[in-house]
Ligand binder design. Structure first.
Ligand SMILES: [Mg+2]
Ligand SMILES: [Zn+2]
Length: 239
């Protein structure tokens, strides 16, 4: 008999949250991110450069603690996560953010414990106060070639969410629900099967990729704008 257990995998920035956690920090500390280009940088390499700039400004890790007080995560999304956990789903996050910012961003919502595992770049704290990320995939450890019409290769050298989704999608689960918005969620979306569900935030890069080309997508796709739509779909799937 097919399992009825549900696996829920979240992207963090602009999927679970309503803002990008890295940009939130750089904005607060006045770090200029306009020179970022993903042709020259992986996101992790760029964030490490920005963290070095913050360190050079004399800002130390404790000064990050209140930064996320105004970071937006909607009430409905918090309810959706807690509801899914209560109903026995297994929840994961796969994020190109980092352990430090995600912990801070989630702290006041009491949702971190709902997740079995948070797969994201690890923030390391050096004695001198510098924060430095070590990537989920060190350079040269994956060779994903997932390609989209609009953006070309969608995975960076330091992150392939598709590999992680394939590892998590064991036969224990009857259905996988993936919530994403970005270019780097496309590879994960391609790994979903016809019984699975892809919840795509409207108006962002993943939605644009899918607008051009659905040929690599097998899962049902539902577009959403407000987190209450995600909550409603969880209620339907998990009642
Ligand atoms: Mg995102
Ligand atoms: Zn990939």
């Amino acid at each position: 008999m097919k399992s009825t257990k549900i696996l829920i995998i979240y992207d963090f920035d602009w999927s679970l949250s309503d803002k990008d956690s890295d940009h939130h920090v750089f904005e607060k500390f006045g770090v200029d991110t306009t020179h970022y280009s993903d042709e020259h940088h992986s996101w992790v390499t760029f964030v490490n450069e920005c963290l070095f700039e913050i360190y050079q400004k004399g800002i130390s890790p404790p000064q990050f603690s209140t930064l996320f007080n105004d970071f937006p995560i909607s009430e409905s999304m918090v309810r959706a996560i807690k509801f899914a956990k209560e109903k026995g789903a297994d929840l994961y996050i796969i994020s190109d953010g980092n352990t430090f910012f995600l912990d801070l961003a989630m702290s006041k919502h009491d949702i971190k414990d709902c997740f079995t595992k948070i797969i994201t770049h690890k923030a390391n704290f050096h004695e001198n106060g510098l924060i430095e990320l070590s990537p989920v995939f060190p350079e040269g450890t994956h060779d994903c070639k997932t390609n989209s019409v609009r953006y070309g290769t969608t995975c960076s050298i330091h992150m392939c969410k598709g590999i992680k989704v394939s590892e998590l999608k064991t036969s224990e689960y009857g259905k996988t629900i993936y919530i994403g918005d970005g270019k780097n969620d496309f590879c994960a979306a391609c790994k979903l099967k016809s019984d699975d569900l892809l919840l795509v935030r409207k108006g962002r890069a993943l939605a644009k990729i899918l607008e051009d080309d659905m040929s690599q997508i097998s899962a049902e796709v539902q577009y959403w704008t407000d987190a209450s739509e995600v909550l409603a779909r969880f209620q339907k799937e998990l009642s």
